[in-house]
Design a protein around this ligand. Structure first.
Ligand SMILES: Cc1cc2nc3c(=O)[nH]c(=O)nc-3n(C[C@H](O)[C@H](O)[C@H](O)COP(=O)(O)OP(=O)(O)OC[C@H]3O[C@@H](n4cnc5c(N)ncnc54)[C@H](O)[C@@H]3O)c2cc1C
Length: 508
């Protein structure tokens, strides 16, 4: 259906329908803004659906649920649809965080689409933003290229949720790429799934060979979820001996020295976050092309090697890769403030908090094949920290708010907030800010932050700890894990802090 010229003016245009973008669009529309969401693919979700990701990492700092609001509603929607386990607790948080939420990727796409449509967002799929109009220092709209040609859409405020900061860069924003010393970005990964796996045999191998794993965890449900989904979940990073044998014999082509695998929402299906491709520039088609080729080489080699040599894979098949290789990191747009490693690690609180961060600093090895501690970084935080509004507002440019992984932050800080809960919470903040600025006729930079915080709280975002609630969440988790241990559903050997769970009454 052709668009009429008069249809092309919006209060807010969100570019990019990933986890930050679809949440931003919902937030903006709920604030009353006429909102357009432009997405290059024909579905929503960004990396979690297009790059075939596995779980949503925790919404939690330890057992405190830090991410609430629209992201929480979204997960609850998938759980209600029978397409997700919701967040289930890891018995060992090292390597994957304190909780993981398994989701079916079709359920993810549908929940996101349903929620934007219910909020009144206008989606525009199969459309790539290839240009930006800037008047003075103000972004006033975007050029969209698709099968119909190139059209201009104007907006009072544009939200850049492209992950790569495409809109901001086209508008002339300053940015940095990757690590400060040398610009190195986190490695890319082509994710894949295998079906027909005897998961019990894989788990038994893991149980018997835990010394061959860098880390591993079992999981315990704290909230109910659909009876149709598997009850037993686990994650592990290891199989190091078999990987070494394969590499030494020239039978295996892989960019890392271990296999990272997880259970999924589907019986007999395992998910693999196990390839590693270095130096992919997610903003260069040539580099992305090279990354796709190398990623697929590693996927084919590892999946064949798993079938040939690994316990439990005798009847397995490779069933899915993504539409594209997974890009963890590219540009960081310079904003009014740049979030630092120290802000994150020390759990710093900020006056203009609009979202909270909670995940350990997780940087996959940028230089080599090894895991954490030997090039990669997995560093726990002193406390949850605040993400200030200033990180979402690009320096100099007006009419633009940044969402998601491209906000103003160092390589190390990005290593923490980049997981889905973090970028969704940032999305809720950026969409709300864009709507308030557009409807109030003020530049995002001049927005009254107290007004923004009040709007976020109305939409049930969490901006500070509720100690009572945190204590209750801890109590519930300890009870669930203690019961699972007492009933033999989990093993003490995977428990990071076994002492807490072995008494009759939980120690709080
Ligand atoms: C390999 C890998 C593994 C990961 N593992 C986990 C995990 O286990 N748990 C977890 O919670 N998180 C994980 N993450 C992190 C998380 O998925 C990302 O940080 C998150 O998706 C970033 O969200 P975003 O909205 O900022 O960007 P993206 O997810 O990159 O979404 C950007 C969207 O914008 C669209 N777009 C881009 N440019 C344009 C344009 N010019 N015009 C129109 N549309 C455009 C894209 O198609 C996409 O839909 C992983 C990421 C990767 C890459």
């Amino acid at each position: 259906m052709a668009h009429k010229a008069e249809d092309r003016t919006y209060d807010v245009i969100v570019v990019g329908g990933g986890p930050s973008g679809f949440v931003a669009a919902i937030a903006a529309a709920r604030e009353g803004a006429r909102t357009l969401l432009v997405e290059r693919y024909g579905f929503l979700g960004g990396m979690p659906t297009s790059a075939a990701l596995g779980p949503i990492s925790p919404f939690y700092f330890d057992d405190e649920q830090v991410i609430q609001g629209i992201p929480h509603e979204f997960v609850q929607r998938m759980v209600a649809d029978g397409g997700s386990t919701g967040h289930i607790r890891c018995t060992n948080p090292h390597g994957s965080g304190s909780y993981l939420c398994f989701y079916d990727r079709e359920a993810y796409k549908w929940a996101a689409l349903s929620m934007i449509l219910e909020a009144g967002v206008t989606p525009l799929f199969h459309s790539f933003v290839s240009g930006v109009r800037v008047e003075g220092d103000r972004v006033t709209g975007v050029s969209v290229t698709n099968k119909s040609g190139t059209s201009f859409y104007s907006a009072s405020v544009v939200v850049d949720a492209t992950g790569d900061g495409d809109v901001a860069t086209l508008a002339g924003a300053e940015y940095v790429v990757g690590r400060e010393a040398d610009g190195a970005v986190q490695p890319s990964t082509m994710m894949f799934d295998m079906a027909g796996v005897d998961t019990a045999a894989v788990k038994a191998y893991m149980d018997d060979n835990l010394d061959d794993f860098e880390w591993a965890s079992e999981m315990v449900a704290v909230h109910p979820y659909s009876e149709r989904l598997p009850r037993q979940h686990f994650v592990g990073q290891g199989f190091k001996r078999l990987v070494k044998e394969g590499m030494d014999a020239g039978e295996l082509h892989l960019g890392r020295d271990s296999v990272l695998f997880l259970t999924t929402c589907h019986p007999g299906v395992l998910h693999f976050n196990s390839t590693r491709i270095q130096n992919v520039d997610g903003t260069s088609a040539e580099s992305l092309t090279a990354g796709e080729i190398e990623g697929r080489r590693q996927v084919m080699s590892l999946s064949r090697y798993l079938i040939a040599r690994f316990p439990g894979f005798e009847n397995a098949q490779l069933i899915a890769t993504g539409v594209q290789i997974g890009i963890r990191e590219s540009r960081h747009i310079l904003g009014e403030y740049t979030l630092t490693a120290d802000d994150v690690m020390s759990g710093r609180k900020q006056e203009d908090v609009v979202a909270r961060g909670y995940f350990p600093v997780d940087i996959h090895n940028v230089d080599g094949v090894e895991g954490y501690g030997e090039g990669g970084v997995w560093a726990g935080l002193d406390d949850s920290y605040d993400i200030p509004y200033r990180c979402l507002v690009p320096a100099r440019l007006d009419g633009l708010v940044i969402a998601g992984r491209a906000i103003s932050a160092s390589h190390e800080a990005h290593g923490s907030f980049r997981t889905q809960g973090g970028v969704m919470a940032i999305g809720q903040a950026s969409g709300t800010a864009a709507a308030l600025a557009a409807l109030g006729g003020v530049a995002p930079r001049r927005l009254d932050v107290a007004e923004l915080q009040a709007a976020l709280l109305r939409q049930k975002a969490s901006l500070r700890r509720d100690p009572e609630r945190a204590r209750e969440e801890r109590r519930r988790a300890v009870q669930a894990v203690s019961a699972a241990l007492a009933e033999g559903r989990i093993s003490a050997k995977y428990l990071a802090d076994a002492g807490t769970f072995t008494g009759q009454a939980p120690r709080l």
